[in-house]
Ligand binder design. Structure first.
Ligand SMILES: Cc1cc2nc3c(=O)[nH]c(=O)nc-3n(C[C@H](O)[C@H](O)[C@H](O)COP(=O)(O)OP(=O)(O)OC[C@H]3O[C@@H](n4cnc5c(N)ncnc54)[C@H](O)[C@@H]3O)c2cc1C
Length: 267
């Protein structure tokens, strides 16, 4: 893989794959550098597994078969995004973490790679909200929930955005007792109110929605088999409610993955 590139794309998720394909289409010599699996969140921990799980749950599929369908769908999509497939499309692929060493070079595992231009498509990662005790109690994210071996009896979804609503719907249909906790007064707070209304209706029972409440504390339980969330209301008149859960999904916050791209050097 000698020489220099017209374009180095950093990040092999949906955005990076699209940028790399556009570069090739424009006649550029393109290198795609990705630390994570090619396909990124959409293929492995986002769109593909969540839509597959929702669809399987809607058909009444039992949990083990639904999870098998998820694994099958992910593998089928991933097979279309391998370095070999991309090479045939004119995209060179290098696995590793890229770090900028100058405006025209990145270093990947000690190899310095020059290019005329770069696309940063490093995506985001789930980040836990600042709830005391949360890290000690443990939680699930979209990166771990599709690897569950057993259906959780109860599930708290922290955040009523699109991903939270999708997972809530899927696991409620599969048989979990699901509670969505959203600090805003409606689900999908960034969407049109009409969209919120439709999603709230579709999700409906059996998923419980606790809106207008912010999670303030999570405590380690006395029992080793259950966690607890204490969600305080903004209304001081109401007493905080305690919800007990075996597993807890944390989906509300995301962190961009750009912080480590240029240590010691500023663009
Ligand atoms: C449950 C769920 C369902 C979703 N459903 C949908 C949906 O139906 N439709 C939709 O449009 N979106 C959906 N999304 C959102 C979608 O998954 C993301 O918006 C999309 O995958 C982000 O793609 P990306 O390329 O920006 O980032 P990512 O897919 O996160 O890819 C970034 C890649 O960059 C790599 N990387 C990071 N830093 C470096 C570095 N320094 N050097 C090299 N590589 C690096 C990472 O390892 C990673 O592989 C869903 C999300 C979730 C959680």
């Amino acid at each position: 893989m000698p020489g220099s590139w017209d374009l180095i794309v950093i990040g092999g998720g949906t955005a990076g794959l699209g940028a790399a394909a556009a570069g090739v289409f424009a006649g550029a010599r393109v290198l795609l550098v990705s630390e994570g699996e090619i396909g990124g969140e959409c293929t492995f921990t986002g769109c593909v597994p969540s839509k597959t799980l929702i669809e399987a749950a809607a058909r009444g599929t039992a949990f083990p078969a639904a999870m098998a369908a998820v694994r099958h769908a992910v593998a089928a999509i991933a097979a279309t995004e391998t370095p070999e497939v991309l090479a045939r499309e004119g995209i060179e692929v290098l696995r590793g973490r890229a770090v900028f060493t100058s405006p025209r070079e990145v270093s990947v595992d000690g190899r310095v790679l020059p290019a005329r231009g770069f696309v940063v498509a490093t995506g985001s990662r789930p980040s836990a909200p600042p709830v005391p005790g949360l890290s000690e109690t443990g939680y699930l994210t979209n990166e771990t929930i599709f690897g569950l071996g057993e259906l959780p009896a109860r599930l708290a979804v922290l955040g009523g955005g699109p991903a939270g609503c999708e997972l809530a719907q899927a696991f409620a249909r599969l048989g979990s007792q699901v509670t969505v906790i959203e600090a805003a007064p409606r689900l999908l707070p960034a969407a049109d109110p009409e969209a919120s209304r439709v999603v709230a209706e579709v999700a409906g029972a059996p998923a419980t929605k606790r809106r207008g409440q912010a999670v303030e504390a999570m405590f380690l339980p006395d029992s080793s088999t259950s966690g607890a969330i204490e969600d305080g209301c903004h209304e001081r008149r109401r007493r905080p409610t305690v919800l007990h859960h075996v597993h807890n999904a944390v989906l509300a916050n995301r962190d961009l993955q750009t912080a480590a791209l240029s240590p010691g050097w500023s663009p």
